[in-house]
Design a protein around this ligand. Structure first.
Ligand SMILES: C[S@@+](CC[C@H](N)C(=O)[O-])C[C@H]1O[C@@H](n2cnc3c(N)ncnc32)[C@H](O)[C@@H]1O
Ligand code: SF4
Length: 455
């Protein structure tokens, strides 16, 4: 698949609209207050569907000033022990509610910083899952690694436990930028962990980069990209810095004049994109790049790529069961989110209740739109015929107003109809959310209350 950069006129017209990231549909800021009865209902309905398990480890040693994640900086081992106990109780409680012992096809540990936990704590966490679920060896088991707080011994333990993929946060190797964002991470340290991960047999190493951070310049980011080229990770995630100082107070230390202008931000993205494509990476979509033989791209060619809260995946499972503070389960037609604060999460579990606080149950229209949006974001094609058959509707009638909204995007070359297939064209691959948003019926729906979206 060829990939071109976005013409400036299209970037100007479409690139500045604030759109959801579509890790869910409807987006999480529109969900309402819910309690554990929603999770009980959702669990009773998942039938024999295979499961993806997610565990949120919220702890970090030190605050990175740009951070938009759900995390807690603490040195309290008492709190970590309390969390591990609560997590174990949560997994036991939820597993006991399942009508059967389901097959697990994917496990992901995210954060915060999962490698905040030492080897014994990582084993304990894994045991909490493995003693309640059948987790076959060789499944897609991945973990987010923060290199400055990850040792060789931890990586070795993770490999022993069955983890096969690591995702390393880097953001930028430039020392000036690292100082400003309060995240000192020498290149050699990350390089050694990449090398060790490969020696230990991890099948995939991902690196997260960010553009739009304070003090970033095109010249210095080019050096970071040279270093990334040296590491040749299997996948690269290239995130635009989300500056939300009202929701993440610590970000307000960045003065607006320190942040790259819209033009520099676009130039940083363009530089990274050009460089990665030049190195042989393929743009998967929504910030993600992979080498051409990556299974994500194979799945895309077969129309089987999926996306869930953990990102793009080849796993066919449509059920994500999530544990830990702020985690989100996606179970059939329900989304269920846990309490965000660690102490409040533990309180809830210690009092014998499940820590559900928010969620959403999808109606027929939501389910149809979710499928359409996810098809476009993942597989870059949409078959009118398939949607019509699967949902018993006439696509042209059901989506008459959306087809009108789509017309200018087609005229601008973002997508095109080939018979009854809507295909995203290369410029549209960089504006995937713009095309998908045409089918989003919630865009102008007010949020029930202010909600801090997680990165
Ligand atoms: C949940 S963090 C976990 C990784 C790990 N804690 C670390 O920092 O290495 C995952 C990624 O989210 C991205 N991220 C964090 N804050 C962000 C923000 N404000 N805007 C965009 N991306 C952000 C970073 O690229 C980070 O590596
Ligand atoms: S970027 Fe990662 S390590 Fe830094 S504060 Fe956020 S979650 Fe923690």
């Amino acid at each position: 698949m060829t990939q071109t950069l976005l013409p400036a006129a299209l970037l100007e017209r479409y690139g500045k609209l604030p759109l959801p990231r579509y890790t869910s549909y409807p987006p999480a800021n529109l969900w309402g207050d819910r309690d554990e009865s929603l999770l009980r209902r959702a669990l009773s309905e998942i039938e024999g569907r295979p499961l993806s398990l997610y565990v949120h480890v919220p702890f970090c040693r030190k605050l990175c000033l740009y951070c938009g994640c759900n995390m807690l900086v603490t040195r309290s081992q008492d709190l970590v022990t309390r969390y591990l106990n609560a997590l174990d109780a949560e997994v036991a409680h939820v597993a006991a509610l399942l009508p059967h012992r389901p097959e697990v096809v994917q496990v992901h540990l995210g954060g915060g910083t999962p490698t905040y936990l030492d080897e014994a704590q990582l084993s304990r966490l894994w045991q909490s899952l493995a003693s309640r679920f059948d987790i076959p060896r060789g499944i897609e088991a991945s973990i987010e690694i923060h290199p400055p707080v990850t040792s060789g011994a931890q990586l070795a333990r993770l490999a022993e436990l069955g983890f096969s993929r690591v995702s390393m946060g880097v953001q930028d190797f430039d020392e000036l930028v690292q100082k400003r964002i309060s995240r000192i991470q020498p290149f050699a340290q990350t390089r050694d962990l990449v090398v060790l991960s490969r020696q230990l047999g991890f099948v995939s190493v991902n690196i997260d980069l960010m553009y739009g951070l304070p003090l970033q310049t095109v010249e210095r980011f080019a050096v970071t990209l040279d270093r990334v080229a040296e590491l040749r990770p299997d996948r690269v995630a290239l995130f635009g810095y989300a500056h939300m100082p009202t929701l993440r107070k610590h970000q307000s230390v960045f003065r607006s004049e320190e942040l790259p202008s819209v033009e520099v931000r676009a130039a940083l993205f363009e530089l990274a994109m050009t460089r990665l494509l030049g190195l042989g990476y393929v743009y998967v979509g929504l910030d993600h790049f992979a080498l051409p033989d990556d299974e994500l791209l194979l799945a895309r060619r077969q129309g089987e790529l999926r996306r869930n809260f953990m990102g793009y995946t080849t796993c066919k499972s449509s059920a994500v069961l999530a544990f830990g503070p702020s985690s989100i389960s996606e179970l059939g037609s329900h989304y269920v989110q846990n309490e965000r604060e660690v102490a409040a999460y533990c309180d809830r579990i210690e009092s014998g209740t499940l820590p559900v606080v928010r969620g959403c149950s999808l109606g027929r229209d939501d389910l149809i739109r979710r499928e359409v949006i996810m098809q476009l974001l993942c597989n870059l094609v949409l078959s009118k015929h398939e949607v019509s058959i699967r949902h018993g509707l006439d696509f042209d009638t059901y989506f008459a107003s959306e087809l009108t909204l789509l017309a200018p995007l087609i005229a601008d070359g973002l997508c095109a109809w080939e018979d009854d297939i809507l295909r995203i064209l290369p410029p549209g691959q960089l504006l995937l959310r713009t095309v998908a948003a045409v089918f989003d019926a919630t865009l102008h729906r007010p949020a029930p209350r202010h909600h801090a979206a997680a990165v």
